[in-house]
Design a protein around this ligand. Structure first.
Ligand code: AP5
Length: 243
């Protein structure tokens, strides 16, 4: 006996019964499905916890996280052509042009094979369309946090230049002051984590990235999570959403 999970094999797209209907087939309806989502887009303003929650999902469930912010910072550090072009935009709290980002991500998406978390991509409607051409998004998780809290989080963030781990001086401090728990490197404050740049990043987010909330809602992929609470409390909500 054969079991089908998901879309009914007995009907076509218009809901009509198809010739494939076999009495020996058991159909398990959608609500009983407990498969973990494979391709997750993390949406949300700067500092909402995308990187933090993404890292936790990678550690527990073996996702691969593709973070455009981490890739760009790496390019800036190594002074590559991309890094040189991107730095001015990043320092100003603006978005790096779509053609550069889509070019960077096309290769990574083509190589991605399995469970993927997209952190910070897409950030514009054009990027979302480019993503849709290469991958089916299973869920877009939108972390909702108010601006005052975002500013507090970002200005007190410390990051690891080697393994990209992220800390917060109060909510998630490293065990040893200024040193990464994971790899022992010295922590630093990102150039774009000043209050003035954060305000620009929030403006850019509202103008360019917030339309993606409607975009994924229309595709029935959007789940919005209240991103205020402890890191572990938010993580419990994230896990529920992706199962
Ligand atoms: P990127 O690095 O992606 O920055 P971002 O989206 O602004 O997001 P952040 O990294 O600031 O925050 P997050 O949501 O990951 O929060 P985190 O978990 O660290 O991009 C940087 C720049 O690169 C952009 O401005 C742009 O110029 C360019 N760029 C990147 N992608 C691009 C794209 N696709 N197109 C064009 N340009 C692009 O948490 C923040 C802090 O809060 C941490 O200290 C953390 O410990 C703490 N924290 C987390 N959760 C909680 C909690 N629940 N309670 C208390 N504290 C918490």
């Amino acid at each position: 006996m054969k079991a089908y999970i998901g879309d009914s094999p007995w009907t076509d797209a218009s809901g009509m019964r198809t010739a494939e209907c076999r009495p020996s087939t058991v159909y398990i309806p959608e609500p009983t499905r407990r498969t973990m989502k494979s391709t997750i887009v993390l949406l949300g303003p700067p500092g909402s916890g995308k990187g933090t929650q993404g890292e936790k999902l990678c550690s527990e469930f073996g996702y691969v996280k593709l973070s455009t912010g981490d890739m760009l910072r790496e390019a800036v550090k190594n002074q590559t052509e991309l890094g040189k072009k991107a730095k001015t935009y990043m320092d100003a709290g603006a978005l790096v042009p779509n053609d550069l980002i889509i070019g960077l991500m096309k290769e990574k998406m083509a190589a991605a094979n399995g469970k993927v978390i997209l952190d910070g991509f897409p950030r514009t409607l054009e990027q979302a369309d480019a993503l849709g051409e290469q991958m089916d998004v299973d869920i877009a998780l939108n972390l909702d946090v108010a601006d005052e809290e975002l500013i507090k989080r970002i200005t007190m963030r410390r990051s690891c230049p080697s393994c990209n781990a992220v800390y917060h001086l109060v909510h998630n401090p490293p065990k040893k002051d200024g040193i990464c728990d994971k790899c022992g490197s010295e922590l630093y404050q990102r150039d774009d984590d000043t209050e003035a740049t954060v305000l620009n990043r929030l403006r850019t987010y509202r103008e360019k990235t917030m339309p993606l909330v409607g975009y994924y809602y229309a595709k029935k992929k959007l789940v919005t999570i209240d991103g205020v609470g402890s890191i572990d409390e938010i993580y419990e909500k994230v896990k529920k959403a992706i199962q």
